[in-house]
Design a protein around this ligand. Structure first.
Ligand code: ADP
Length: 498
């Protein structure tokens, strides 16, 4: 690594180290050869690979270079019918009857197999979704394995967890997941469903189906009884077929608020249970007494790592007025050092935007921000010639009512607003249609408790951001959805109490 530092004398005679942004790391790409991707994938139904009834397939591409990675089956109603009846049959004939401690062994085995194939899964996640290998390797895959481990532990404890009450499974769970954490979301949904004795029909997002299909291979190898987990690929229409299927007992959906509303309408008046984990516009709040360098790092992590493709991304930053100038300067300096580019490179901080469509949405919002009169700053980094990339971007002079402060952008775009008092920032932070998550940076524990009590957000991180583990419940207020997934809450949501 070559770092050239220029010393620049400032008027006050203090010395400022200014980093030349031409500094570079040598490329350190992860090898693609450790990943095996089949040219074509069918649906995974009843423990076997089944051709789509309509005979149609669609491409899954690498968003970092727009090259085709594989073809996957396009599911229709007939495929969904087949998967649901396999899941129902497995529920009634096998899974429901199996002693809980035996169910746990399968879940534990899947966890171990995910760990054993961690490198391959991380590479495929990065190729298919565009996220940096560092993220898939250090966060997505280990956290996915942890979900299987954690819920394996729950299976045989259910009998003792609710004194004087008996629990049973709900039946068949229909699970629809988005493209931002493809493998992790699959684990997050499948592991607790299996632990509580339910069987599953899961649909990954159309732009990122490959790690869920790899998980299907693992499930097949694990000898899990056929039909307990079925994985159907397809786009929104396939998702709607799952939602509308009359023999599904529980719908668990993670995705956009618009689709969440459609799903809620579709299941109204049916007996289906529903949890919806939808969009967000998280407020990240920096008080003047916060350790500023640590806070700035947390803000950068909260919005730029993972390309801002996180429903709980800290996309609204509220800084106390007295430190606003200092924080903005530190943010801009740090943005300049972020490495945007090849997601397979181990040095990359910001990878590819997941799809052309998502890149267009982000660019549309950047335009809106400028039209609204906010001041835009973007890092000066060079972007690769091919693929879908976006520079880390920041807006200052943002008004609370601006669309870039109210609407979910789902990209590396941060809106910075200021405040003077605790009451003011709580009011502003809560003034959002969403309420999924928030962050607070301060030296004072009492301030943290005051804030967390009054924030209308499902998760509030204090002096950290975007921390996840399988034991913590997760879910939103308002248009961010309802129901809690994760931890004990997720177990409760998947059980019937008798
Ligand atoms: P995003 O904006 O994050 O792509 P979407 O809500 O569009 O979120 O997609 C999340 C998941 O929901 C994907 O698997 C997608 O195929 C699925 N989906 C999209 N439309 C529908 C629908 N009408 N019914 C059920 N699932 C849908």
């Amino acid at each position: 690594m070559a770092v050239k530092a220029k010393k620049t004398a400032r008027k006050s005679n203090t010395i400022k180290l200014k980093f030349d942004t031409s500094w570079s790391y040598d490329p350190a790409p992860e090898s693609k050869s450790a990943a095996s991707i089949k040219p074509k994938y069918d649906h995974f139904i009843n423990g076997a690979w089944v051709k789509p009834a309509g005979g149609k397939y669609f491409d899954s591409i690498n968003p970092a270079n727009e090259e085709k990675l594989s073809e996957v089956a396009d599911g229709n109603e007939a495929d969904v019918n087949k998967a649901v009846s396999a899941a129902r049959n497995a529920y009634e004939q096998t899974w429901q009857k199996m002693p809980a401690k035996e169910r746990a062994k399968y879940i534990f085995r899947i966890a171990r197999m995910v760990q054993e194939k961690a490198r391959e899964l991380a590479i495929i996640e990065t190729l298919d979704g565009g996220k940096p290998i560092r993220e898939s390797r250090d966060f997505d895959v280990p956290t996915a394995a942890n979900h299987f481990f954690y819920y394996a532990g729950w299976a045989d404890k259910l009998e003792y967890a609710f004194p004087n009450r008996k629990t049973s499974a709900l039946g068949v769970a229909g699970q629809i997941i988005p493209w931002n954490f493809p493998l992790l979301m699959a684990a997050w949904k499948i592991a607790p469903a299996l632990a509580t004795g339910n069987t599953v029909v899961l649909k990954p997002a159309e732009t990122t189906p490959l790690t869920a299909l790899k998980l299907a291979e693992i499930i097949q190898e694990s000898d899990l009884p056929p039909g307990v987990v079925n994985i159907i690929t397809g786009a929104g229409a396939t998702g709607a077929d799952i939602v509308n299927h009359p023999d599904i007992n529980k719908i668990a959906f993670t995705g956009s608020t618009d689709v969440g509303k459609l799903i809620q309408r579709a299941v109204a008046g049916t007996n289906k249970r529903v949890t919806l984990e939808l969009g967000g516009k998280a407020a990240n709040i920096i008080f003047e007494d916060a350790p500023l360098d640590q806070a700035v790092e947390g803000v950068i992590n909260g919005i730029y790592f993972n390309q801002g493709h996180v429903c709980c991304a800290g996309s609204r930053l509220y800084v106390q007025e007295s430190v606003a100038k200092q924080v903005i300067r530190k943010l801009k300096d740090r943005m300049e050092t972020l490495i945007v580019g090849d997601p397979l490179d181990k040095n990359t901080d910001i990878g590819a935007i997941n799809s052309r469509q998502q890149l267009d949405t982000i660019q549309r919002y950047i335009k809106i921000g400028k039209q609204e009169g906010a001041e835009m700053y973007e890092s000066s980094c060079r972007l690769p010639g091919k693929g879908f990339f976006c520079r880390p971007t920041l807006f200052t002079n943002v008004a609370q009512s601006n669309r870039i402060a109210q609407e979910e952008i789902f990209g590396p775009v941060l809106s910075v607003l200021t405040f003077r008092t605790d009451d003011e920032v709580i009011e502003k932070a809560n003034n959002s249609p969403y309420g999924l998550s928030a962050g607070v940076w301060t030296d004072k524990g009492s301030k943290i408790f005051n804030l967390t009590k009054r924030m209308r957000a499902g998760v509030v991180w204090a002096n950290t951001f975007n921390k996840f583990d399988p034991t913590s419940p997760f879910g939103g207020y308002k248009e961010s959805g309802f129901g809690r997934e994760g931890g004990f809450a997720w177990v409760i949501a998947l059980c019937e109490f008798n």
